[in-house]
Design a protein around this ligand. Sequence first.
Ligand code: SF4
Ligand code: MSK
Length: 672
Amino acid sequence: MAELTKDKGAKLADPVGASIDPATQELIARAQRLNIDTVFDRAVQMKPCAIGLQGICCKNCAMGPCRLPLPKGGIDGEDTRKGLCGATANTIAARNFARMVAAGAAAHSDHGRCVAEVFMSAARKETDAYKIKDVNKLLAIAPHFGVATTVEVDGAVQDRNLDEIALEVAEKALNEWGKAEGELDYLKRAPAPLYEKWSKTGVKPRNIDREIVEIMHRTHMGVDQDYKNIVKQCTRASLADGWGGSMIATDLQDVLFGTPYPLQSEANLGVLKEDHVNIIVHGHEPVLSEMIVAMSQKPEIIEYAKSKGAKGIQLGGICCTANEIFQRHGVPQAGTYLQQELAIITGACDAMVVDIQCVFQNLANVAKCFHTKLITTHPIAKMEQENVIHIEFDEHHALEDAEKIVRLAIDNFQNRGSEVMIPQYKASAIGGFSVESVQYHLGGTFRGTYYTLNDNIINGRIRGVAGVVGCNNARTRHNEAHIKVVKELIKNDVIVLTTGCNGIACAMEGLLTPESAAVHCGPGLAEVCETVGIPPVLHMGSCVDNSRLLLAATEVVKAGGLGKDICDLPLAGSAPEWMSEKAISIGHYFVSSGVYTVFGLHLPTSGAPVFHDYLSKEMEKMYGGKWDLEADPIKHAHMMIAHIDRKRKELGIDKARERVLMDMADRQALEG
Ligand code: SF4
Ligand code: MSK
């Protein structure tokens, strides 16, 4: 052990209180024994600032920071709080919220831009590493960019050359970040009434970068000082994320790496193997992890690992990289966001390869205590600590970069100390439920619609649909709210679509298996899962893949019988343990697309009650979706269920469910 990272005598987390997961508990305790601090300990040692938590601290100019605490006993009458410049609590909270939306939308969309650039290189055939893998998906998305897939020659319609289509799609896609006129091409994929609402309220994004830049301008000292107008720009920028940057990222990743279809794998830190070279891939962009997967499967590389005394190479993912390689290759998920330090604390991680987003800087300090090589790969995401190796990844020499990284990990296998402790916990999990594969599973190849899903919602077996997504947060017990919310929903016949770290939490809990339906679901949902052979919780991918949820909801609208817009559906969204600015952008585009969305923990809006209310009541009037907040997971789930029931009633299908759920005695009484 090279170096210890913690002050002796500091207050420590209670491992059992910090996580519901036994693997996590064991490794927190191990870290404490080894005197290595983790996020769990730091969370008990440093309390959050109560004013920042409520969104009412402004540091947008050097006359501040101006802090506007709520008066004791709340606001009675006029709210007279103001900063030095006169900015009200509503303005300050709205500006802070808007900057979170901007950062979140920027993160997703810059990821999307990077994928679009790689896609352009592939279309131009400038790289051997990346090729078009899913031609059907390319042909499916081309028309949304206005790219023709057929051509008329001498009066006859012929298929267009694929290389030409790919090149044109690449140009059109990249143009979405900076086009001078018009609006984002993908907006018209939304149901027509939703598109009309966006037109009427003037929030259709013009291009992705502009909406993000405009938030930064508007929230500069002395610019936009009307919280309603700031929210309008939040809506525009978040739509540029959900129906723009994220959706393009998902689509082009599917074209390059394949649209996910169901496959089986495992989840939790128990997937690491003592006798294998263990490589953890962590972050978000699959352009890196896809190459690491390809390289680690090459026979000569496996042979090289064996020549160094290992039995093979075990890859595992953390955060959304885990979701990406899980859904396309069945690579095991090593853990959620809060388990990143713990993966190194097993002592069995030979290399941790990171790219962008959700990566703790403290990984470098933890890696110093073990033999682990920590490798950063992205030009925009480096670490200052000198034990971190930077191998910059570039699509033009991607395979060479991947080979260098994998060989580095293999060479490091023999440096492992004797301090290996891999907790023996892992669960089986099925992932790969893209919009297309759900269509196939529920509608069959020929029908290819969401008809069966709609039918089961209408007849009441499925009460409704929930999108449960998002991060972990060390301010709450790891995975507890995720699992309680999801279990309560499926117990009440609500099918769950999951992404992000919620997806990993559900995988670790065994909820991504068809068998879990019989154990955890209400009778209606259990029957559907058993008949169709699907889990009650469908893993739809990573954070950018929340765009899949928007398109799945759109498919449900199209399949008919459940209204004309996303806001008509018995559907609700949730992020029980959110922490990232990306979650705020996702939440806001869900709401602006008509989804009732509940966040756990807290929202950075509570210090400005008028602004907070606006996000709920006024957003609902405009788009049919609204923000809500509930920290208690059971109440949180029941708020979603109450919304679903309200929608069922509005659709006139509430009685159908009562009939389905009648027990035998009720039926006999009726028949008699
Ligand atoms: Fe204070 Fe206004 Fe400056 Fe914000 S912009 S720090 S409220 S003076
Ligand atoms: S990784 S954004 S902690 S879901 Fe996408 Fe998990 Fe949240 Fe990062």
